[in-house]
Design a protein around this ligand. Structure first.
Ligand code: ADP
Ligand code: ASP
Ligand code: MG
Length: 481
């Protein structure tokens, strides 16, 4: 746990910018002006940034292309990466010498990626450790560019690689931080920079092991980086800048009339993030709660909009149904048999088996009769999960205690989230009536243990319809809009 006592209290803001916020010269210029504005309001401003939009995907694609024999493809992507970064440098870095240094550093990083791709081609495979080193390059390029752009606008800024701040285990591609060590390292590196009045511009997403090997915190992990750094200092506030007006009642790409949720509890955002709302990485919340610091989600392209404030407690009447999320691309796996009642530890053995495959299980339901266990897995894992379970329970299947292990067609999870549902009777009635009236069949249900959410499994073809129908149940007055 990160402890929250430090002399910087009440004066420090951590701002995290996502990929689209730094994806073009225009967007990055907007980021620079946000930093300029906030630097006048706060004593210490810390910037955490993602890679330029699409860059992490490109880097991972470059590595996977060479394993499939496309050995010239990475060179083309590398040229495109160099072009994109160089174009932004030309527009935003005014000093010719600085611009040249930044371009050289970025080209060196790209050359390292090409060299790693060549090594992968020789070996014929990419280890998770190499993948992390490659994936980290996006943020490493971006901080150099953004720090120089901020500096060009007259604000002292310094690029910092989070390998010096965040210590993790060696679980490459999804590393777990050592909170105590991270706090110590973050304070040691950032305090002198902040004392000079300089804005540290820090790589999101990446960290390092004790031996200095680069790790990453999982896709979308820059939000988590900002939370870890914010909690370590500690900052007063962490603001997550993205490309929409905060946390919305649904993904605005799927529901065009989605509206901002002005206030959202930690419990609500945790459920939303867990059940597919990409707007905030689910791990962001814990360090922020533990350090007792403020969290806000706001829009780089509409910085005057208040966005969403995350709060620890909400009055129940603050909203019944607040937001709806969806996860696609799943199948339900069912283990069933009348003899299951007598077989010890079926659930434990089932999930132990699934865990061995490293498969995530977003939803579980068990009938009270204990005659079946049913859980969702990503479609790409279905076959391996069935094969593993069939072999793990071979004896029970032979003795007919378990009749079969099977998977549904593709399904999705639609989750209805709202703190006020707990104290408001009949919410689930409204949900099921609305779905029934619109001929959406609910295959399975799970209610979050905090009673802040209800998750419904529906056929893939019904997801959009379910989302639309349930979104209409959100009353502006209820969500405080
Ligand atoms: P960033 O690169 O800034 O981290 P992300 O793409 O990770 O941005 O997350 C922002 C996106 O999350 C939005 O563009 C939006 O399409 C999507 N999103 C999904 N659900 C929600 C929601 N409930 N509220 C806001 N945005 C959402
Ligand atoms: N650049 C990383 C990714 O694309 C991390 C992030 O954007 O948060 O996953
Ligand atoms: Mg994100």
């Amino acid at each position: 746990m990160i402890s929250a006592s430090n002399s910087l209290k009440n004066e420090t803001l951590v701002m995290k910018f996502g990929g689209t916020s730094v994806g073009t010269a225009e967007a990055m210029h907007q980021v620079v002006s946000i930093v300029e504005t906030e630097k006048q309001r706060w004593k210490n401003v810390v910037v955490v940034t993602s890679a330029l939009s699409g860059v992490t995907d490109t880097l991972l694609k470059m590595a996977s292309q060479v394993t499939t024999g496309q050995t010239t493809a990475p060179e083309e992507s590398a040229a495109e990466l160099a072009r994109r970064h160089s174009e932004i440098a030309d527009i935003l870095i005014h000093d010719k010498a600085v611009r040249q240094i930044v371009k050289t550093e970025i080209n060196d990083i790209i050359s390292q990626v090409i060299n790693l791709c060549k090594a992968i081609a020789v070996l014929g495979e990419a280890t998770p450790r190499v993948m992390d080193t490659i994936a980290s390059s996006g943020e490493r390029m971006c901080v150099r560019l953004l720090a120089a752009a901020i500096q060009s606008a007259g604000i002292p800024a310094q690029a910092v690689e989070a390998t010096r701040l965040i210590r993790t285990d060696d679980h490459y591609t999804d590393a777990h931080p050592d909170f105590a060590k991270t706090q110590q390292m973050t304070r040691a590196v950032l305090t002198p920079i902040l004392e000079k009045g300089t804005v540290p511009v820090i790589t999101g997403f990446i960290a390092a092991t004790e031996n200095g090997n680069i790790t990453t915190l999982g896709r979308g992990g820059s939000d988590y980086s900002a939370a870890l750094i914010g909690a370590s200092l500690p900052a007063d506030d962490v603001w997550i800048y993205t490309d929409v007006n905060g946390v919305m009642t649904a993904d605005p790409r799927l529901v065009p009339d989605a509206a901002t949720v002005p206030i959202c509890s930690y419990r609500e955002i945790a459920e939303l993030a867990y059940y597919g709302a990409k707007v905030l990485h689910p791990k962001t919340i814990r360090p922020v709660i533990e350090a007792g610091i403020g969290l806000r989600v706001c829009n780089t392209f509409n910085p005057e909009h208040p966005g969403t404030r995350l709060v620890s407690e909400l009055k129940a009447q603050d909203g019944v149904i607040k937001a709806i999320t969806t996860i696609r691309g799943l199948q339900l796996i069912t283990l069933e048999g009348r003899g299951m009642l007598g077989v010890p530890g079926v659930a434990a053995r089932t999930f132990e088996t699934v865990a061995k495959l490293g498969t995530s299980v977003p939803l579980i339901t068990q009938a009270s009769s204990e005659q079946s266990i049913c859980f969702a897995v990503p479609t790409e894992s279905t076959n391996s999960v069935i094969t593993m379970l069939t072999s793990a329970f071979a004896r029970e299947i032979e003795s007919r205690d378990i009749d079969r292990v099977w998977a549904t067609e593709e399904v999705g999870i639609v989750t209805v989230v709202g703190e006020g549902m707990r104290s408001t009777p009949g919410v689930s009635g409204r949900v099921f009536t609305a779905l029934g009236n619109n001929k959406v069949n609910v295959i399975a249900i799970a209610q979050g243990s905090s009673e802040v959410s209800i998750s419904l499994v529906v056929n893939a073809v019904h997801i959009q319809q379910a989302l639309r129908v349930l979104h209409q149940l959100i009353q502006p007055a209820e969500s405080g809009l």
